[in-house]
Design a binder for this molecule. Structure first.
Ligand code: ZN
Ligand code: ZN
Length: 245
């Protein structure tokens, strides 16, 4: 990654100063950018901005860890806002999926337990992990939704409703412990089959995705035929009614 501070720099800028090739959308509290190293067919990052009048400054927005360290209430405020904006991004991805592929598939929203870039960023990505940019074990394990390194936003938000002891344990965000997870063996996130190496994993993920795509296309075709049949049937009934008159 070329500039570890790139995200922080974006978050400090006015959205209008960002090129269209980077910026996807913005709100007063966040910016959504295209991930420049997409690990799935769709992959965006939602970055919090410093809000006017807020006690949460740019340094508090460094990571999940610093955000929680700043305070529970402000962390909840920032994370709820990020989640709302990410849900909007999700809706837009789903629309694009429908237009481009004729069906939609699940979308993951979450943080990395141990981030590699400065400034908090919420990943919003489609559940396929089919991308040229996915090149090594670390890349894959950081997005494997079952490994524990990828922290789903719903899980993070649930910490606020948990027992105080659990909350305090989770917000420690022990970076070393998370980084260890990246070295775990490769397993398909979908069927849990062990994978010998990255080329095997990538071929397998492609097969998993092709299966989904094939199944969804059959479903869409079946639906189209059914609708066609229903229109011809109602036309026939209409004609019959006219003849009976
Ligand atoms: Zn990240
Ligand atoms: Zn599999």
């Amino acid at each position: 990654m070329s500039n570890l501070f790139a995200l922080r720099n974006y978050a400090r800028k006015s959205p209008s100063a960002l090129p269209q090739s980077i910026l996807f959308s913005s709100s007063p509290r966040s910016l959504t950018i295209y991930d420049s190293y997409p690990k799935s067919i769709f992959h965006f990052l939602v970055l919090p901005r410093v809000e006017a009048g807020s006690s949460v400054g740019i340094d508090d927005l460094e990571s999940l860890k610093t955000l929680f360290a700043h305070g529970r209430e402000s962390a909840q405020h920032v994370l709820n806002a990020l989640n709302e904006d990410a849900q909007e991004v999700k809706r837009e991805i789903e629309q694009e999926m429908q237009e481009r592929y004729g069906f939609k598939w699940p979308i993951w929203i979450g943080f990395h337990g141990a981030p590699s870039m400065h400034h908090l960023h919420l990943h919003v990505l489609s559940s396929d992990l089919c991308s040229e940019r996915l090149k090594n074990k670390k890349h894959y394990n950081s997005f494997n939704p079952k490994l524990g390194f990828f922290l789903h936003i719903d899980d993070v938000l649930s910490w606020f409703d948990s027992e105080p002891s659990y909350y305090h344990e989770m917000i420690k965000l022990d970076q070393k412990a998370y980084e260890k997870l990246l070295k775990e063996d490769l397993l398909c996130w979908k069927c849990e089959a062990p994978m010998k190496n990255i080329p095997n994993l990538k071929a397998h993920l492609q097969e998993e995705w092709d299966k989904v795509s094939k199944r969804e296309k059959v479903k869409a075709e079946r639906k189209r035929k059914l609708e066609e049949k229903q229109t011809t049937e109602s036309e026939r009934i209409e004609k019959k009614v006219k003849l009976d008159d």
